[in-house]
Design a protein around this ligand. Structure first.
Ligand code: SAH
Ligand code: SF4
Length: 420
């Protein structure tokens, strides 16, 4: 049995090809001239392929644009084809085992996979529509506005009435757990269970889109997407298909801790936006918190970034988790500004989200501000990520821990340790 959400439109057309027919096939029987037969066979082949492609397109529309998951409702697909599809191509659904909305509108979902493992996705609303055009920066924890607008408390209700939001970002998972073992990350502490299949990645977005008009996708949930690059690249191809969910390449962002060879591999197969979890300003510092840096140090990572075929006005996002008294000084900011010179980039500062799996602390607000101001002064677009969804544990990997479904949960069974 094939799974619908694991197939690109062209894969689906391949599967449908044996069901295609062409009336010219009848003429074959009477043709004896070899070259005429060949020409007709070629014509028949083309016609059948076109028919299969047409059907694949129709099916993509039904499933991804009209959210129909029952073949019987696809009235413009012939009955025999529907019967075949029912027996051969399953439309996958993720079972929602938990979902909760936080006060600020962040909406978190925990999905149960077929092998009873769980993954999470989060919907992050940003910028009220009427505020679009104004600069959207951030509000720090103390509620002080320091730039742009203050993101207001959401008026979202359970039905995700999302009309007032300009952007609804789906933050999705690429693996169950993660093998990269970053010291500050709860998912990293848990270790890797397994990578997600293409359909499990695509269906996270599909399920979310059945509930809300998602505009952006970031691979910033659980897992290292480039440690699962084949499946993630294929999932991106499906997400970008114009007859399917039709996301623009600017609105799908793959975030990586820096698996250097997989960056080029990703761009050989698809074209999406890239975020790099930089998180440090020297190799020594980075290697202490991100083991991947020992294999692929900063210079190699940045060299790979310079080779990314960005085109247009796209920029690479550099994420920088700020850890108190570790990587948060003005000297760090200076080194970051220096190393990113010449790369079309923007910086996203993420004040550390404290949890019981790591001893790091979140820096003081004015330390974050100083860091940001320096980078701004050097011409880098620099935002500070508001830590959203804390009341429902929207930070990396934390919800899953609470439910005790992750590995190594003994350690965090008393988690979550919510920020004050
Ligand atoms: N594995 C990928 C994507 C998932 S992590 C990557 O590392 O890029 C998404 C982002 O969350 C990364 O930038 C990571 O550095 C950050 N992150 C992880 N744990 C965090 C925490 N406790 N507080 C703040 N940011 C965290
Ligand atoms: Fe994995 Fe990313 Fe967490 Fe590192 S920060 S452990 S790569 S999920």
């Amino acid at each position: 049995m094939l799974i619908f959400q694991s197939l690109t439109k062209s894969d689906l057309a391949d599967a449908l090809l044996p069901l295609s027919t062409a009336k010219e096939e009848r003429d074959l029987r009477t043709l004896t001239d070899e070259s005429e037969r060949e020409a007709l066979l070629l014509k028949i082949g083309k016609k059948k392929r076109k028919q299969a492609e047409m059907r694949a397109k129709q099916l993509f529309h039904w499933v991804y644009q009209r959210y129909v998951t029952d073949y019987d409702q696809m009235t413009d697909i012939a009955k025999e084809i529907r019967a075949w599809l029912k027996d051969n191509v399953k439309i996958f659904r993720l079972e929602e085992s938990y979902s909760k909305q936080s006060e600020d509108g962040t909406y978190k979902f925990l999905w149960k996979l077929n092998d009873t493992k769980t993954i999470e996705s989060v919907i992050i609303p940003a910028a009220l529509k009427e505020k679009v055009g104004e600069e959207v920066m951030s509000t720090l924890e103390d509620g002080k506005r320091y730039s742009g607008i203050e993101v207001e408390k959401a008026g979202l209700d359970r039905e995700l009435d999302t009309d007032s939001w300009a952007r609804l970002t789906a933050c999705i998972s690429s693996q169950v757990g993660c093998a990269m073992a970053c010291k500050f990350c709860l998912t990293g502490v848990q270790g890797l269970d397994r990578s997600l299949e293409v359909h499990e990645v695509v269906t996270q977005v599909h399920e979310l889109r059945m509930r809300a008009p998602i505009t952006n996708i970031v691979f910033m949930g659980m897992g290292e997407p480039l440690h699962n690059v084949k499946n993630i690249a294929k999932a991106c191809q499906i997400l970008l298909d114009e007859d399917g969910m039709n996301f623009s390449k600017r609105k799908v962002t793959v975030s990586t801790s820096g698996l250097v060879p997989a960056i080029a591999e990703l761009y050989e197969q698809t074209d999406v936006s890239l975020a790099i979890s930089l998180n440090a300003s020297t190799d020594e510092q980075r290697s202490q918190i991100m083991p991947v840096n020992k294999r692929w140090p900063i210079a190699e990572l940045l060299a790979a970034c310079r080779k990314v075929p960005l085109g247009g006005h796209r920029r690479i996002t550099f994420e920088y988790v700020m850890l108190r008294d570790f990587n948060d000084t003005l000297e760090d900011a200076k080194r970051v500004a220096q190393m990113l010179r010449g790369i079309p980039s923007k910086v996203n500062l993420i004040p550390f989200n404290e949890h019981s799996g790591a001893d790091f602390k979140r820096p003081k607000d004015d330390t974050v501000l100083k860091f940001q101001r320096y980078l701004l002064s050097q011409g880098y677009t620099t935002t500070v990520r508001i830590s959203r969804g804390r009341d429902i544990l929207a930070a990396c990997g934390q919800l899953r821990s609470l439910f005790g479904t992750a590995r190594g949960t003994e350690k965090h069974r008393d988690a979550p340790q919510l920020a004050p």
